[in-house]
Design a protein. Structure first.
Length: 154
C-alpha cells in the first residue's frame, strides 16, 4: 500500500494579491478614521477644490473643510482665515502642483504659528502610490480596494 502524497502547501491557499489588498484596505480604514477623529475634534482640513471636499464628506468627515482654489481669493488672504486655529491638516492633490501647494501651505502655516499636519497626505500617497492623483479620486480608489480585497476584479 502506498502512502498518500503529503502536500507542502494547502490546496486552498489565498491569492497573495488578495492579502495585499486586504492589508491596504485596513491601512486606508485607519487613515480615514484618524482623519474623521481629527476633524470631529475641530481641526480644519485644507483641500484644493469643491470636489475634494465632497470626496472627504463621502468618508464621513463632518468638520470644517476649507477649499483653497474654490473661492478665487489670493492665497495669503485665504491663510488669514485660519489665524484663529492652532492646527490644520493639509490635504492637497498628489500631483506635482498639489505637492508644491502643500509645501507652500505647510511653510506659511508654520510661520504663522499654526501647526500644519501633512502626515495624512504622506500616508495616503504612500498607500495609493501612482494609482490616484487627486483627493477627489479617493472614494473610487477605496471602492476598488474593497473589491480587490474580496478577490474580485473592479
Amino acid at each position: 500500500m502506498v502512502a498518500p502524497i503529503r502536500r507542502r502547501y494547502p490546496t486552498h491557499t489565498r491569492n497573495p494579491r488578495t492579502d495585499l489588498y486586504t492589508r491596504k484596505m485596513e491601512r486606508a480604514t485607519k487613515i480615514f478614521q484618524d482623519l474623521q477623529e481629527q476633524s470631529d475634534a475641530g481641526v480644519p482640513i485644507i483641500v484644493e477644490g469643491r470636489r475634494d471636499e465632497a470626496a472627504l464628506r463621502k468618508f464621513g468627515v463632518k468638520g470644517t473643510v476649507f477649499c483653497l482654489k474654490a473661492t478665487g481669493e489670493p492665497r495669503f488672504s485665504f491663510i488669514e482665515r485660519l489665524d484663529g486655529s492652532k492646527r490644520a491638516i493639509v490635504l492637497t492633490d498628489f500631483d506635482r502642483e498639489g505637492g508644491e501647494l502643500g509645501s507652500w501651505l505647510y511653510q506659511e502655516l508654520s510661520h504663522r504659528g499654526i501647526r500644519a499636519d501633512n502626515r495624512l497626505w504622506h500616508k495616503i500617497r504612500g498607500l495609493a502610490r501612482t494609482e490616484i492623483r487627486s483627493v477627489e479620486e479617493l472614494p473610487s480608489f477605496v471602492r476598488a480596494l474593497e473589491i480587490r480585497s474580496r478577490g474580485l476584479r473592479p
